[in-house]
Design a protein around this ligand. Sequence first.
Ligand SMILES: Cc1cc2nc3c(=O)[nH]c(=O)nc-3n(C[C@H](O)[C@H](O)[C@H](O)COP(=O)(O)O)c2cc1C
Length: 186
Amino acid sequence: MSDLEIFGVPGSLRKNAYSLGLLRAAQELAPKDMHIEVADIRAFPVFNQDDEDHPPEPVRVFQEKARAAHAILFSLNEHNYGLSAAEKNALDWGSRPYPKSAWNGKPAGIMSASIGMIGGARAQYELRQSMVFLNMFPINRPEVIVPFAAQKFDANGRLTDETSRKFISDHLTELARFTRVLLRIP
Ligand SMILES: Cc1cc2nc3c(=O)[nH]c(=O)nc-3n(C[C@H](O)[C@H](O)[C@H](O)COP(=O)(O)O)c2cc1C
């Protein structure tokens, strides 16, 4: 059985971001046949269509890795009841130039965390709306939503909450199954 290459996209530029913490947990919990690389989106300028044919180097590398991956794992925070600007910016850069979108036809997982009680769920639904246009195929369940994040990570940013870790583990198992079915990977 060939391995699955997953590209993880965080929603935050913050050093100790919970969205990054979820991706690190996913790397720990990934099934044996899955490798997760986490994108570095910190140096991305705000998307400017004048530059889409010659994107800055960090964006070019990001697009290349996203295109090469079998599936994408988005890890969201939530800003003002929607996607953070950082996440939307990464999504926009990845989608261009049309029709060479890095997202087209990709299976996807979605996780989110927030210090609030809704756990970033609203940002998940905003992302799902964009995925219709982007022609992405997110798995529906199990969902990974981590509310009250400040109580679920330790001082080093490690996700310690066992229930959340189990949801991530199950999410990744389903992402692997779904990716193999959708892309016909034995
Ligand atoms: C500008 C801003 C807006 C926010 N809006 C929301 C929100 O709408 N819903 C929510 O649950 N948390 C909101 N928060 C709290 C964030 O979810 C929380 O700070 C989270 O830790 C940010 O994600 P990160 O840890 O990945 O950086 C907001 C935080 C900031 C700075």
